[in-house]
Design a protein around this ligand. Structure first.
Ligand code: PMP
Length: 434
């Protein structure tokens, strides 16, 4: 029995499924999850002492690579000053200013600890601002695990093929209208049907929790337009894309494409904590000022803006300059290009989809024309991905253990790390071919 097997058996005795977040359990690909003991740059090392090139990057936060020395320094310095004060610190303002500098729609910023809290608060704000209850979300988009947002969500729900979650009151589920992504007619119809009752549209800035599914050209501008024509709020969830898809998130990708979209509220997470728990809800000053203590919308957190976590996030964003994004993009292009070539060589039908520097690859005949929505994403060949995943893992590359996730590179994926991935690809592509 390997050390990973032992640890997993022991964990399952005391932790449901042996994991603290479902996708980690390898539920859809099978096998024993690797228990990690350390991470450095582009690599992670498991409990059996095996090193892997990492394509999970903590599901996004490790933008610079793991354990960047300057980030560690900032964390240690902050920790030595105090782990938590329960009082404001100057660094929280600095982080909020840095977020606003990169994303002008973030006129005001409230720090929280998880993406789930950020989207939950954004929705509460939208409802307070409009005096309406109904919410539109898109099938395959994941916004965390609050009650109203689990209907046809991506990420672990897609991996486990769950339509939603048990334990959500029917009255709450009924407040969420789930529509297919990239479908303008469906939005027109639902706004006509529920005239004057829709508080907000929440959308991932680019879908990245069903694999990567970017908005069609013009679709995000259409969302802002239809929301505003109907007195509703547009919430752009950049928890995953924020400061990863580009230096200014997916908003920056849209701007570069000439599509200027100003959402009313934006949520962030992952990269802004650099691997520690920081997330944020941000947006129009008039809406953000509805938050207590200035306004009537309550939201709070014992550890919100925690000084150690904020230090990690601030150091990460400060280091994430244009050169970092060029490296990230080059690494993503290299991995995607090599993987696509290996799959073609092995005769595996597939499509590579992009959202800025983010990408994923869908396998199977059903996806080769492109994946615009969740219905198409669920038609992919997950079993082929599972075989690919295990062949990569055996060869020392740790991929997301689900076909419904982005492939995460870091700025530390240098030629040596990419070379290891490239070497592993031909056999994995043949395994995918079956
Ligand atoms: N929104 C998006 C777009 C996400 O990708 C995630 C997490 N993957 C969340 C919200 C929830 O964030 P957290 O896991 O920090 O609660």
């Amino acid at each position: 029995m390997s050390r990973n097997d032992e640890l997993f058996a022991r964990a399952r005795e005391v932790i449901p499924g042996g994991v603290d977040s479902p996708v980690r359990a390898y539920g859809s690909v099978g096998g024993t999850p690797r228990f990690m003991v350390s991470a450095k740059g582009a690599y992670v090392t498991d409990a059996d002492g095996r090193e892997y090139v990492d394509l999970i990057a903590s599901w996004g936060p490790a933008l610079l690579g793991h354990s960047h020395p300057a980030v560690l320094d900032a964390v240690v310095t902050a920790a030595q000053r105090g782990l938590s004060f329960g009082a404001p610190t100057a660094a929280e303002t600095e982080l909020a200013e840095e977020i606003r500098r990169r994303v002008p729609a973030a006129e005001k910023v409230r720090l929280v600890s998880t993406g789930t809290e950020a989207t939950m608060t954004a929705i509460r704000l939208a409802r307070a601002a409009t005096g309406r209850d109904l919410l539109i979300k898109f099938a395959g988009h994941y916004h965390g695990h609050s009650d109203g947002l689990l209907a046809q969500a991506g990420s672990g729900l897609a991996t486990l093929a769950l339509p939603g979650s048990a334990g959500v009151p029917a009255a709450i589920a009924a407040q969420t209208l789930v529509l297919p992504y990239n479908d303008r007619a469906a939005l027109e119809a639902v706004f006509a049907e529920h005239d004057g009752k829709i508080a907000a549209i929440i959308t991932e800035a680019a879908g990245a929790n069903m694999g990567v599914v970017p908005p069609a050209p013009g679709f995000t501008a259409f969302l802002a337009d239809i929301a505003h024509r109907n007195g509703a709020v547009l919430i752009s969830d950049e928890v995953l894309t924020g400061f990863r898809a580009s230096a200014s998130g997916y908003a920056g990708v849209l701007t570069a494409a000439g599509e200027d979209v100003v959402p009313d509220l934006v949520t962030f997470g992952k990269v802004i904590g650099g691997g520690l728990p920081v997330a944020a809800v941000a947006g129009r000053a008039d809406i953000m000022d509805l938050l207590a203590p200035t306004g009537p919308v309550y939201q709070a957190g014992t550890l919100s803006g925690n000084p150690v976590a904020v230090a990690a996030g601030l150091a990460t964003l400060t280091l994430a300059d244009a050169a970092v994004y060029r490296r990230l993009d080059a690494a993503a292009q290299a991995v995607a290009g090599a993987a696509s070539a290996a799959l073609t060589e092995a005769g595996v039908p597939h499509v590579v989809q992009w959202a800025g520097t983010l990408f994923s690859i869908f396998f199977g005949d059903a996806v080769v024309g492109g994946v615009p929505d969740y219905a198409t994403a669920t038609a992919q060949d997950s079993a082929a991905y599972g075989r690919f995943f295990h062949a990569m893992l055996d060869a020392g590359v740790s991929m997301p253990p689900s076909a419904f996730e982005a492939w995460f590179v870091t700025a530390a994926h240098d030629d040596a790390a990419i070379g290891r991935i490239v070497d592993a690809l031909p056999a994995a592509a043949r395994a995918a071919a079956g």
